[in-house]
Every structure is written in structure tokens, then in C-alpha cells.
Design a binder for this molecule. Sequence first.
Ligand code: MN
Length: 241
Amino acid sequence: MTEPARDVVPAIEPVRLSVRGGGRFPVRRVYCVGRNFADHAKEMGAEAPASKAARGVPVFFAKPADAVVTGDAVPYPGATQDLHHEVELVVALGADAPAGVLDVEDAQALVFGYTVGLDLTRRDLQAVAKARGLPWDIAKGFDASAPVGELVRAADVGTLAPRALSLEVNGERRQSSTLYQLIWDVPEILHELSKLFALRAGDLVFMGTPAGVAALQPGDRCIARLDDVIELHLRITPPPV
Ligand code: MN
């Protein structure tokens, strides 16, 4: 008689987000959109599309699911002298997409809810990667690079577009934009992602950041907000020694 095979290392539990009103949301994958606000594309030296028709295809990258952190302390990472904040709307999927390409009209039905998060970025490493045509993983996908807030059900957030996304650092406003400014809105992004990946319940999508990205230092205190609906408080702690 053979014994059933056992795990030879401990299996990793998923990161779980708290859901307002009760429950937990286990994270499966983390997709991110680059250059989804024209003012930020410009500040990064990229060309912003002149019109919706000229916007081409979105820029996507991913972070490991265990880069998501839910506490209020985020360690300053190693290997960088230029850690940047990017405040973003984060979409949480509550259902699997059907096989094939998801229609824009059907995409909203997959959305469980929203939160705000920071797409933390080692900007110095990203600049080198861009200059050399190398992948962005070490600039974007490091440990604790995706702090997020409490998840709020879609029905409790209501219409997204007029809502304002903002970030304060040490009491000073650094980033602010309404979601009218998104080049690709949530259903359009889910449609585009479904051409590339099988979308599933548990997936998160970071929707891109408006202008005003800048450096963070150990000791900084950040407040990310989606209007008065969602608020995320963070402090950047010294790097582990
Ligand atoms: Mn970003």
C-alpha cells in the first residue's frame, strides 16, 4: 500500500482582505495597469494618447499575490534609493470569467468590490529596466509592494467615475484625480485582460495611478482615499536589518 504524497514544504495560505460588513477575500492573482492616466504617462516621459480611438492597448504587469499586505506598517524595501508611491483604485473579482474573451458589457458583473492601494515602485530599478528593455519585476513585484485597504462591496461604492482618488503623505496632498480621468475604465480593462489571462474570483486589478508620484522615506505616513468611502492609513517603517 502506498501512502498519499505529502507536501514536502508548507503550503502557502493566500493573503486575505477584510470585507466591510463581514467576510474575507482570499487573493489569487494581482494584475496591474500602467499608464492609465494621461497626466501620469506624461510625467513619466511616455506619450499620452490623443483620443480614446488612439489609445492602442493597455500596459499590463503583475505582482506576486503575496506582495499584497493589509497591515498599516510597510517596510522600506532593500535595493532602492527611490521608493515611489502610486495611489490606485483596486478592483476585486468575485466570479470567474466565462471561457474566451469577456465582453465589455458583461465585465461589471464579475466585480465583487473595490479598495484603494499603493503600487509601490523601486523607481530607480524601473528606470534601468526601461532603458535596457528589461522586465519590470524587480521594480514592481517585491515583498510588501502592494499594500491595500479594506474591501468595499461594489454596491456600496456606487458609480465610480465621479469619485476622487487621492494620496496624502505627512499631511500634504501628493496625488489626486477623479476616475473620469481613467484612459481605460474598469469594464474595458477586464475585457482587455481576458484576452491575455483567465480571470478568476480572487483576482485583484490595480487600475493605474494619476500624476504626482514621488519618493517615500522611512517614517512617512500615508493616507490613500477614494472620496470618503475608503481610507487606507500606512506608515513606512525602516528597512529590516
Ligand atoms: Mn501603477
